[in-house]
Design a binder for this molecule. Structure first.
Ligand code: CP3
Length: 355
Protein backbone atom coordinates (compact mmCIF):
# COMPACT_ATOMS: atom_id res chain seq x y z
CA UNK A 1 0.00 0.00 0.00
CA UNK A 2 1.21 3.54 -0.70
CA UNK A 3 2.09 5.63 2.28
CA UNK A 4 -1.02 7.76 2.54
CA UNK A 5 0.56 10.05 5.10
CA UNK A 6 3.34 11.24 2.77
CA UNK A 7 0.99 11.58 -0.23
CA UNK A 8 -1.67 13.42 1.78
CA UNK A 9 -2.77 16.85 0.61
CA UNK A 10 -3.10 19.48 3.38
CA UNK A 11 -6.72 19.61 4.53
CA UNK A 12 -8.48 22.83 3.67
CA UNK A 13 -9.65 24.84 6.63
CA UNK A 14 -13.27 25.88 6.01
CA UNK A 15 -14.30 27.35 9.39
CA UNK A 16 -17.40 29.12 8.07
CA UNK A 17 -18.79 26.41 5.78
CA UNK A 18 -22.43 25.92 6.93
CA UNK A 19 -22.37 22.20 6.05
CA UNK A 20 -19.34 21.53 8.27
CA UNK A 21 -20.67 23.75 11.09
CA UNK A 22 -23.94 21.82 11.18
CA UNK A 23 -22.10 18.48 11.00
CA UNK A 24 -20.03 19.53 14.05
CA UNK A 25 -23.16 20.58 15.94
CA UNK A 26 -22.36 24.32 15.71
CA UNK A 27 -24.95 26.84 14.50
CA UNK A 28 -24.46 27.40 10.76
CA UNK A 29 -24.87 30.82 9.08
CA UNK A 30 -27.64 29.31 6.92
CA UNK A 31 -29.45 25.97 6.71
CA UNK A 32 -26.95 23.85 4.75
CA UNK A 33 -28.37 21.93 1.82
CA UNK A 34 -27.07 19.41 -0.70
CA UNK A 35 -28.75 16.55 -2.54
CA UNK A 36 -27.81 12.93 -2.87
CA UNK A 37 -27.31 12.27 -6.61
CA UNK A 38 -27.18 16.02 -7.26
CA UNK A 39 -24.73 15.22 -10.08
CA UNK A 40 -26.21 13.06 -12.80
CA UNK A 41 -29.02 12.59 -15.23
CA UNK A 42 -31.26 15.42 -14.04
CA UNK A 43 -28.69 17.86 -15.49
CA UNK A 44 -28.51 18.42 -19.29
CA UNK A 45 -24.84 19.43 -18.96
CA UNK A 46 -24.16 16.03 -17.35
CA UNK A 47 -25.94 14.15 -20.14
CA UNK A 48 -23.96 16.14 -22.73
CA UNK A 49 -20.60 15.48 -21.06
CA UNK A 50 -21.30 11.78 -20.48
CA UNK A 51 -22.50 11.12 -24.06
CA UNK A 52 -20.32 8.36 -25.48
CA UNK A 53 -18.51 7.60 -22.19
CA UNK A 54 -19.47 4.65 -19.99
CA UNK A 55 -20.34 5.33 -16.35
CA UNK A 56 -17.31 3.46 -15.00
CA UNK A 57 -14.93 5.00 -17.55
CA UNK A 58 -16.18 8.41 -16.39
CA UNK A 59 -15.51 7.49 -12.73
CA UNK A 60 -11.83 6.73 -13.52
CA UNK A 61 -11.28 9.94 -15.54
CA UNK A 62 -10.16 12.63 -13.04
CA UNK A 63 -10.99 15.58 -15.34
CA UNK A 64 -14.48 14.23 -16.02
CA UNK A 65 -15.09 13.52 -12.32
CA UNK A 66 -13.98 17.07 -11.53
CA UNK A 67 -16.32 18.62 -14.08
CA UNK A 68 -19.38 16.47 -13.24
CA UNK A 69 -18.90 17.06 -9.49
CA UNK A 70 -18.76 20.84 -10.05
CA UNK A 71 -21.85 21.02 -12.29
CA UNK A 72 -24.51 20.97 -9.53
CA UNK A 73 -22.44 23.31 -7.33
CA UNK A 74 -22.35 25.95 -10.08
CA UNK A 75 -25.99 25.52 -10.96
CA UNK A 76 -27.72 25.16 -7.59
CA UNK A 77 -25.53 26.98 -4.99
CA UNK A 78 -25.56 23.88 -2.79
CA UNK A 79 -23.48 23.88 0.41
CA UNK A 80 -21.46 20.78 -0.43
CA UNK A 81 -20.18 18.91 -3.46
CA UNK A 82 -20.32 15.13 -3.51
CA UNK A 83 -17.61 13.35 -5.41
CA UNK A 84 -18.92 11.90 -8.67
CA UNK A 85 -18.20 8.19 -8.36
CA UNK A 86 -20.13 5.04 -7.51
CA UNK A 87 -20.21 2.56 -4.65
CA UNK A 88 -18.88 -0.17 -6.97
CA UNK A 89 -15.81 1.84 -8.08
CA UNK A 90 -13.47 0.31 -5.42
CA UNK A 91 -14.65 -3.20 -6.37
CA UNK A 92 -13.91 -2.55 -10.05
CA UNK A 93 -10.56 -0.98 -9.14
CA UNK A 94 -9.65 -4.07 -7.10
CA UNK A 95 -10.39 -6.29 -10.11
CA UNK A 96 -14.00 -7.51 -9.69
CA UNK A 97 -15.63 -8.12 -13.10
CA UNK A 98 -18.62 -5.81 -12.92
CA UNK A 99 -20.36 -3.20 -15.05
CA UNK A 100 -22.90 -0.44 -14.43
CA UNK A 101 -25.75 -0.98 -16.87
CA UNK A 102 -27.78 2.14 -17.72
CA UNK A 103 -31.28 1.95 -16.27
CA UNK A 104 -30.42 -1.14 -14.20
CA UNK A 105 -27.39 -0.48 -12.01
CA UNK A 106 -24.37 -2.63 -11.12
CA UNK A 107 -24.24 -6.11 -12.71
CA UNK A 108 -21.62 -8.62 -11.49
CA UNK A 109 -20.24 -11.21 -13.95
CA UNK A 110 -19.67 -13.95 -11.36
CA UNK A 111 -21.75 -13.54 -8.20
CA UNK A 112 -20.08 -14.28 -4.85
CA UNK A 113 -21.92 -17.15 -3.13
CA UNK A 114 -19.44 -19.57 -1.51
CA UNK A 115 -16.52 -19.55 0.90
CA UNK A 116 -14.19 -20.06 -2.09
CA UNK A 117 -15.76 -17.06 -3.90
CA UNK A 118 -15.18 -14.93 -0.81
CA UNK A 119 -11.57 -16.09 -0.43
CA UNK A 120 -10.97 -15.17 -4.09
CA UNK A 121 -12.54 -11.70 -3.76
CA UNK A 122 -9.79 -9.09 -4.11
CA UNK A 123 -9.38 -6.42 -1.41
CA UNK A 124 -8.64 -2.89 -2.62
CA UNK A 125 -5.14 -1.43 -2.55
CA UNK A 126 -5.10 2.39 -2.34
CA UNK A 127 -2.94 2.70 -5.46
CA UNK A 128 -5.79 1.20 -7.49
CA UNK A 129 -7.99 4.24 -6.84
CA UNK A 130 -5.31 6.81 -7.61
CA UNK A 131 -7.49 8.36 -10.39
CA UNK A 132 -10.18 9.01 -7.75
CA UNK A 133 -7.59 10.57 -5.40
CA UNK A 134 -6.40 12.73 -8.31
CA UNK A 135 -9.99 13.87 -8.93
CA UNK A 136 -10.29 14.82 -5.25
CA UNK A 137 -7.11 16.91 -5.47
CA UNK A 138 -8.40 18.69 -8.61
CA UNK A 139 -11.70 19.34 -6.86
CA UNK A 140 -10.36 20.75 -3.61
CA UNK A 141 -8.30 23.16 -5.72
CA UNK A 142 -11.42 24.20 -7.70
CA UNK A 143 -14.12 24.32 -5.02
CA UNK A 144 -13.14 27.41 -3.04
CA UNK A 145 -15.09 27.45 0.22
CA UNK A 146 -17.46 24.62 -0.70
CA UNK A 147 -16.74 21.36 1.16
CA UNK A 148 -16.30 18.11 -0.77
CA UNK A 149 -18.00 14.94 0.47
CA UNK A 150 -16.35 11.61 -0.29
CA UNK A 151 -18.25 8.35 0.00
CA UNK A 152 -18.24 4.59 -0.07
CA UNK A 153 -20.80 1.80 -0.09
CA UNK A 154 -21.21 0.04 3.25
CA UNK A 155 -20.35 -3.68 3.48
CA UNK A 156 -23.99 -4.87 3.45
CA UNK A 157 -25.03 -2.86 0.39
CA UNK A 158 -21.89 -3.90 -1.51
CA UNK A 159 -22.48 -7.53 -0.48
CA UNK A 160 -26.03 -7.38 -1.82
CA UNK A 161 -24.79 -6.46 -5.33
CA UNK A 162 -22.01 -9.07 -5.21
CA UNK A 163 -24.16 -11.93 -3.93
CA UNK A 164 -27.30 -11.20 -5.98
CA UNK A 165 -25.25 -10.36 -9.07
CA UNK A 166 -27.23 -7.15 -9.58
CA UNK A 167 -29.96 -4.99 -8.08
CA UNK A 168 -32.49 -6.91 -5.98
CA UNK A 169 -35.87 -6.20 -4.47
CA UNK A 170 -35.83 -8.83 -1.73
CA UNK A 171 -32.09 -9.56 -1.27
CA UNK A 172 -33.00 -13.24 -0.88
CA UNK A 173 -29.67 -14.77 -1.93
CA UNK A 174 -27.83 -12.29 0.25
CA UNK A 175 -29.95 -13.13 3.28
CA UNK A 176 -29.72 -16.87 2.50
CA UNK A 177 -25.92 -16.69 2.70
CA UNK A 178 -26.15 -14.58 5.86
CA UNK A 179 -28.46 -17.02 7.67
CA UNK A 180 -27.15 -20.34 6.30
CA UNK A 181 -23.40 -19.70 6.42
CA UNK A 182 -22.61 -16.95 8.93
CA UNK A 183 -18.90 -17.72 8.84
CA UNK A 184 -18.64 -17.05 5.10
CA UNK A 185 -20.94 -14.05 5.50
CA UNK A 186 -18.73 -12.43 8.13
CA UNK A 187 -15.62 -13.17 6.05
CA UNK A 188 -17.25 -11.44 3.07
CA UNK A 189 -18.33 -8.38 5.04
CA UNK A 190 -14.91 -8.12 6.67
CA UNK A 191 -13.26 -7.97 3.25
CA UNK A 192 -15.76 -5.39 2.04
CA UNK A 193 -15.16 -3.33 5.19
CA UNK A 194 -11.43 -3.31 4.41
CA UNK A 195 -12.13 -2.20 0.84
CA UNK A 196 -14.51 0.58 1.94
CA UNK A 197 -12.04 1.75 4.59
CA UNK A 198 -9.13 1.86 2.12
CA UNK A 199 -11.30 3.74 -0.40
CA UNK A 200 -12.40 6.32 2.18
CA UNK A 201 -8.89 6.75 3.60
CA UNK A 202 -7.57 7.41 0.10
CA UNK A 203 -10.24 10.08 -0.42
CA UNK A 204 -9.51 11.65 2.96
CA UNK A 205 -5.75 11.66 2.32
CA UNK A 206 -6.44 13.42 -0.99
CA UNK A 207 -8.51 16.10 0.77
CA UNK A 208 -12.25 15.37 1.09
CA UNK A 209 -13.87 17.37 3.91
CA UNK A 210 -16.47 14.79 5.00
CA UNK A 211 -17.46 11.23 4.15
CA UNK A 212 -20.80 9.46 3.72
CA UNK A 213 -21.16 5.71 4.13
CA UNK A 214 -24.11 4.59 1.98
CA UNK A 215 -25.86 1.52 3.39
CA UNK A 216 -28.75 2.07 1.01
CA UNK A 217 -30.31 -1.37 1.39
CA UNK A 218 -29.73 -1.98 5.14
CA UNK A 219 -33.42 -1.19 5.72
CA UNK A 220 -34.18 -4.68 4.38
CA UNK A 221 -32.96 -6.07 7.72
CA UNK A 222 -34.53 -6.32 11.18
CA UNK A 223 -32.73 -4.51 13.98
CA UNK A 224 -31.64 -7.84 15.47
CA UNK A 225 -30.12 -9.07 12.22
CA UNK A 226 -28.56 -5.68 11.50
CA UNK A 227 -26.84 -5.76 14.89
CA UNK A 228 -25.57 -9.30 14.45
CA UNK A 229 -24.64 -9.42 10.77
CA UNK A 230 -23.90 -5.85 9.68
CA UNK A 231 -23.17 -3.39 12.48
CA UNK A 232 -19.72 -4.80 13.43
CA UNK A 233 -18.53 -4.41 9.84
CA UNK A 234 -19.88 -0.89 9.31
CA UNK A 235 -18.36 -0.05 12.71
CA UNK A 236 -14.99 -1.26 11.40
CA UNK A 237 -15.26 1.25 8.54
CA UNK A 238 -16.57 4.23 10.53
CA UNK A 239 -14.50 3.44 13.64
CA UNK A 240 -11.41 3.22 11.43
CA UNK A 241 -11.99 6.87 10.50
CA UNK A 242 -12.61 8.15 14.02
CA UNK A 243 -9.26 9.98 14.09
CA UNK A 244 -9.39 11.19 10.48
CA UNK A 245 -10.75 14.61 11.45
CA UNK A 246 -13.70 14.63 9.03
CA UNK A 247 -17.42 14.22 9.83
CA UNK A 248 -18.84 10.77 9.06
CA UNK A 249 -22.39 10.58 7.67
CA UNK A 250 -24.21 7.23 7.69
CA UNK A 251 -27.27 6.81 5.46
CA UNK A 252 -29.72 4.11 4.45
CA UNK A 253 -33.27 3.83 3.11
CA UNK A 254 -36.16 2.43 5.19
CA UNK A 255 -34.01 2.50 8.32
CA UNK A 256 -36.51 3.82 10.91
CA UNK A 257 -35.84 0.79 13.14
CA UNK A 258 -32.07 0.98 12.62
CA UNK A 259 -31.31 4.69 13.20
CA UNK A 260 -29.87 4.24 16.70
CA UNK A 261 -27.76 1.26 15.65
CA UNK A 262 -26.49 3.09 12.57
CA UNK A 263 -25.36 5.94 14.79
CA UNK A 264 -23.72 3.48 17.19
CA UNK A 265 -21.70 2.15 14.26
CA UNK A 266 -19.77 5.42 14.48
CA UNK A 267 -21.72 8.15 12.70
CA UNK A 268 -21.42 11.86 13.46
CA UNK A 269 -24.44 12.57 11.24
CA UNK A 270 -27.34 10.17 10.60
CA UNK A 271 -29.10 10.33 7.22
CA UNK A 272 -32.87 9.81 7.45
CA UNK A 273 -35.20 8.86 4.59
CA UNK A 274 -38.59 10.57 4.09
CA UNK A 275 -40.59 7.90 5.93
CA UNK A 276 -39.42 9.02 9.38
CA UNK A 277 -40.11 12.65 10.35
CA UNK A 278 -36.94 14.30 11.68
CA UNK A 279 -38.51 15.03 15.09
CA UNK A 280 -39.28 11.32 15.41
CA UNK A 281 -35.72 10.49 14.29
CA UNK A 282 -34.40 12.81 17.01
CA UNK A 283 -36.62 11.10 19.61
CA UNK A 284 -35.00 7.82 18.59
CA UNK A 285 -31.45 9.18 18.39
CA UNK A 286 -31.44 11.68 21.27
CA UNK A 287 -31.20 15.50 21.14
CA UNK A 288 -27.41 15.51 20.70
CA UNK A 289 -27.76 13.88 17.27
CA UNK A 290 -27.03 15.64 13.98
CA UNK A 291 -29.44 14.56 11.25
CA UNK A 292 -29.51 14.86 7.47
CA UNK A 293 -32.56 14.73 5.23
CA UNK A 294 -35.31 14.17 4.40
CA UNK A 295 -37.51 15.55 1.59
CA UNK A 296 -39.21 12.84 -0.46
CA UNK A 297 -37.52 13.03 -3.91
CA UNK A 298 -40.98 12.67 -5.51
CA UNK A 299 -42.15 15.93 -3.85
CA UNK A 300 -39.93 17.81 -6.33
CA UNK A 301 -42.53 16.85 -8.96
CA UNK A 302 -45.48 18.31 -7.02
CA UNK A 303 -45.05 22.06 -7.69
CA UNK A 304 -43.31 24.86 -5.80
CA UNK A 305 -46.04 25.40 -3.20
CA UNK A 306 -45.86 21.79 -2.06
CA UNK A 307 -42.05 21.78 -2.14
CA UNK A 308 -41.95 24.90 0.05
CA UNK A 309 -44.51 23.62 2.52
CA UNK A 310 -42.66 20.31 2.86
CA UNK A 311 -39.20 21.90 3.06
CA UNK A 312 -40.39 24.33 5.77
CA UNK A 313 -41.95 21.44 7.72
CA UNK A 314 -38.70 19.48 7.55
CA UNK A 315 -36.60 22.41 8.78
CA UNK A 316 -39.07 22.88 11.67
CA UNK A 317 -38.95 19.17 12.55
CA UNK A 318 -35.14 19.28 12.45
CA UNK A 319 -34.92 22.06 15.06
CA UNK A 320 -34.86 19.60 17.96
CA UNK A 321 -31.64 18.08 16.66
CA UNK A 322 -28.17 19.30 17.60
CA UNK A 323 -27.70 20.00 13.89
CA UNK A 324 -29.60 19.55 10.63
CA UNK A 325 -28.29 19.29 7.08
CA UNK A 326 -31.12 19.59 4.55
CA UNK A 327 -31.18 16.89 1.86
CA UNK A 328 -33.58 14.54 0.14
CA UNK A 329 -34.56 11.26 1.78
CA UNK A 330 -32.84 9.46 -1.12
CA UNK A 331 -31.27 10.44 -4.44
CA UNK A 332 -32.51 12.95 -7.04
CA UNK A 333 -34.73 11.10 -9.54
CA UNK A 334 -33.46 11.36 -13.13
CA UNK A 335 -36.58 13.18 -14.47
CA UNK A 336 -36.44 15.92 -11.82
CA UNK A 337 -36.54 19.47 -13.23
CA UNK A 338 -33.18 21.00 -12.24
CA UNK A 339 -34.76 24.46 -11.88
CA UNK A 340 -36.98 23.07 -9.10
CA UNK A 341 -33.81 21.94 -7.30
CA UNK A 342 -32.24 25.40 -7.68
CA UNK A 343 -35.39 27.09 -6.31
CA UNK A 344 -35.54 24.61 -3.40
CA UNK A 345 -31.97 25.48 -2.39
CA UNK A 346 -32.82 29.19 -2.49
CA UNK A 347 -35.95 28.63 -0.40
CA UNK A 348 -34.15 26.55 2.25
CA UNK A 349 -31.38 29.16 2.46
CA UNK A 350 -34.07 31.72 3.33
CA UNK A 351 -35.18 29.75 6.41
CA UNK A 352 -33.65 30.32 9.84
CA UNK A 353 -31.13 27.70 10.95
CA UNK A 354 -31.68 25.85 14.24
CA UNK A 355 -29.21 25.82 17.08
C1 CP3 B 1 -26.96 1.90 -4.42
C2 CP3 B 1 -25.96 2.86 -5.01
C3 CP3 B 1 -25.33 2.76 -6.27
N1 CP3 B 1 -24.50 3.85 -6.41
C4 CP3 B 1 -24.59 4.65 -5.29
C5 CP3 B 1 -25.46 4.02 -4.40
C6 CP3 B 1 -25.79 4.55 -3.02
C7 CP3 B 1 -26.70 5.70 -3.10
C8 CP3 B 1 -28.13 5.33 -3.33
O1 CP3 B 1 -28.69 4.61 -2.51
O2 CP3 B 1 -28.66 5.79 -4.34
C9 CP3 B 1 -23.84 5.87 -4.99
C10 CP3 B 1 -23.70 6.90 -6.03
N2 CP3 B 1 -23.73 6.74 -7.39
C11 CP3 B 1 -23.53 7.94 -8.00
C12 CP3 B 1 -23.30 8.90 -7.00
C13 CP3 B 1 -22.86 10.30 -7.40
C14 CP3 B 1 -22.71 11.36 -6.51
C15 CP3 B 1 -24.01 12.11 -6.25
O3 CP3 B 1 -24.30 13.10 -6.97
O4 CP3 B 1 -24.73 11.76 -5.28
C16 CP3 B 1 -23.42 8.28 -5.76
C17 CP3 B 1 -23.31 8.86 -4.36
C18 CP3 B 1 -23.50 8.21 -9.44
C19 CP3 B 1 -24.29 7.35 -10.34
N3 CP3 B 1 -24.38 5.98 -10.31
C20 CP3 B 1 -25.16 5.56 -11.35
C21 CP3 B 1 -25.57 6.69 -12.09
C22 CP3 B 1 -26.43 6.65 -13.36
C23 CP3 B 1 -25.57 6.17 -14.51
C24 CP3 B 1 -25.56 7.10 -15.70
O5 CP3 B 1 -25.68 8.34 -15.55
O6 CP3 B 1 -25.38 6.58 -16.79
C25 CP3 B 1 -25.04 7.82 -11.48
C26 CP3 B 1 -25.13 9.25 -11.91
C27 CP3 B 1 -25.44 4.14 -11.66
C28 CP3 B 1 -25.96 3.39 -10.50
N4 CP3 B 1 -25.19 2.87 -9.49
C29 CP3 B 1 -26.00 2.26 -8.56
C30 CP3 B 1 -27.34 2.39 -9.01
C31 CP3 B 1 -28.54 1.84 -8.30
C32 CP3 B 1 -27.31 3.10 -10.23
C33 CP3 B 1 -28.47 3.58 -11.07
C34 CP3 B 1 -28.75 2.72 -12.25
C35 CP3 B 1 -29.60 3.45 -13.26
O7 CP3 B 1 -30.74 3.80 -12.93
O8 CP3 B 1 -29.12 3.66 -14.38
C36 CP3 B 1 -25.50 1.68 -7.29
Amino acid sequence: MTDLITSAAPRRSLPSAPFLAAARGDTPSRVPVWFMRQAGRSLPEYRALRAGTGMLAACFDPEMVREITLQPVRRHDVDAAILFSDIVVPLVAAGVDLDIVAGTGPVVARPVRSAADVAALPVLDAEQVEPVAEAVRLLTAALGETPLIGFAGAPFTLASYLVEGGPSRNHERTKALMYADPETWHALLDRLADTALTFLRAQIAAGVDAVQLFDSWAGALSLKDYREFVLPHSAKVLGGLADAGVPRIHFGVGTAALLGAMREAGADVVGVDWRTPLDEAVRRLGPDAVVQGNLDPAVLFAGDDVVRREAARIVEEGRGARGHIFNLGHGVLPDTDPDVITRTVEFVHGLTPGR
